[in-house]
Write a protein that binds this ligand. Structure first.
Ligand code: TXA
Ligand code: MG
Length: 341
């Protein structure tokens, strides 16, 4: 159903009380509000209202098997969403919350089936921005919020991305500028022993292990190909721009890539290889932090520019590029020379 989407500007550090009250009223009434977290924009609904949560799936075109992350403003609210709070959760929450870490724990009766896609576990986190926590606090309910994009597309790091994807499908967008981290939270399953990373993200396995006093954390990477993966966000194709996108590992291969007019090349770490010179659009993302913040904006800019194809030169296979490599693997297809086919 088409509805009017309003956009309100808001300061992320000292949000206007009137704007927060208005957004909280929409959420309490069962509406959908998009807001920034430190990672990406989320599409929020009252997590305790199944009808409101159903509207999230509808607006995103999200498959019913993919569970949503629940956002709390403080520890008490986060704990109310789960039925068991192990010592590992306590340690990790103390170290990383508010922040880009989602903990998967057994759910409490507060969280309806539709939020967890029928699972007995729920993903919970406390986001960092003052605006986001204040909004949840004023709503007085935990907020279910997936990334505010159409399903399988690129996550939004600007309000304009949300408008482009979900305009006419949601009630309100709070525009507080570009998100600071730029990639989705690390998802850690604490219901297994040892705990298992379901989605790599800004908080690395070694940081988690340090916070747990050296306790091992499983780093489950790579595509999950079953129909019902442990973390459905880890589907092989995800985070994809509309523009056909290919990846290569070796700069030497760049010369073999056909370049229709209007091709783009994206490189990481620098310096940019000389082979990039012939591309119409060139993006260099110099550090892992810059790449995290800017990657989705660059992929969406290519879509908007009507670029013919995106060629991505993979960043080095080192720990600091791990999350970027994970997202790129899902956003692109391997480049195959026609003579190899
Ligand atoms: O940074 C983020 O996490 C952003 C912001 C808005 O908080 N949210 C986000 O949500 O990326 P979404 O829905 O796009 O991704 C949530 C991921 C999916 O891979 C989903 O399958 C996984 O978390 N997930 C959620 N609940 C889960 C559960 N109970 N068990 C396993 N995986 C779960
Ligand atoms: Mg998402």
């Amino acid at each position: 159903m088409l509805r009017t989407t309003r956009i309100l500007q808001v300061d992320p550090d000292s949000p206007s009380s009137a704007v927060l009250d208005e957004a909280a009223a929409v959420l309490r009434g069962g509406g959908l509000v998009a807001f920034a977290t430190e990672t990406v924009y989320g599409l929020g609904a009252d997590a305790t209202n199944p009808a409101a949560v159903a509207r999230i799936y509808e607006a995103k075109g999200r498959p019913a098997f993919n569970p949503l992350i629940v956002h709390a403003h403080d520890l008490a609210m986060a704990r109310a969403c789960v039925s068991h709070w192990p010592a590992t959760a306590e340690l990790l929450a103390k170290t990383f919350w508010p922040g880009p870490l989602t903990l998967v724990l057994p759910r409490s009766a507060l969280i309806p089936d539709i939020v967890t896609a029928g699972r007995e576990t729920v993903g919970v986190r406390i986001p960092r921005p003052t605006l986001t926590r204040e909004l949840i606090s004023r709503t007085g309910r935990p907020l279910a919020a997936p990334s505010a994009n159409r399903s399988t597309g690129v996550s939004p790091t600007l309000a304009s991305h949300v408008l482009a994807d979900l305009g006419g499908r949601i009630d309100l967008i709070l525009d507080s500028g570009q998100t600071t981290v730029g990639l989705e939270s690390t998802v850690l399953d604490l219901t297994t022993d040892p705990p298992r990373i379901l989605r790599p993200g800004p908080i690395s396995a070694p940081s988690l292990e340090r916070a747990l006093g050296g306790y091992r954390v499983l780093d489950e990477l790579g595509s999950v190909t079953s129909d019902r993966p442990a973390s459905p966000g880890q589907l092989a194709v995800h985070y994809s721009p509309r523009t056909p996108s290919f990846r290569i590992d070796d700069p030497q291969q760049l010369v073999q890539v056909p370049r229709p007019e209007g091709s783009a090349v994206v490189t990481f770490g620098g310096p940019e290889p000389a082979e990039c010179l012939g591309f119409a659009y060139r993006f260099l993302l110099e550090t892992p932090d810059i790449a995290a913040r800017e990657l989705y904006r660059v992929l969406r800019a290519c879509d908007d520019l009507g670029v013919e194809q995106i060629v991505v030169l993979f960043p080095p296979d080192t720990a600091d590029w791990l999350t970027i490599r994970d997202r790129l693997r899902r956003a692109t297809r391997p480049f195959v020379r026609t003579s190899d086919c």
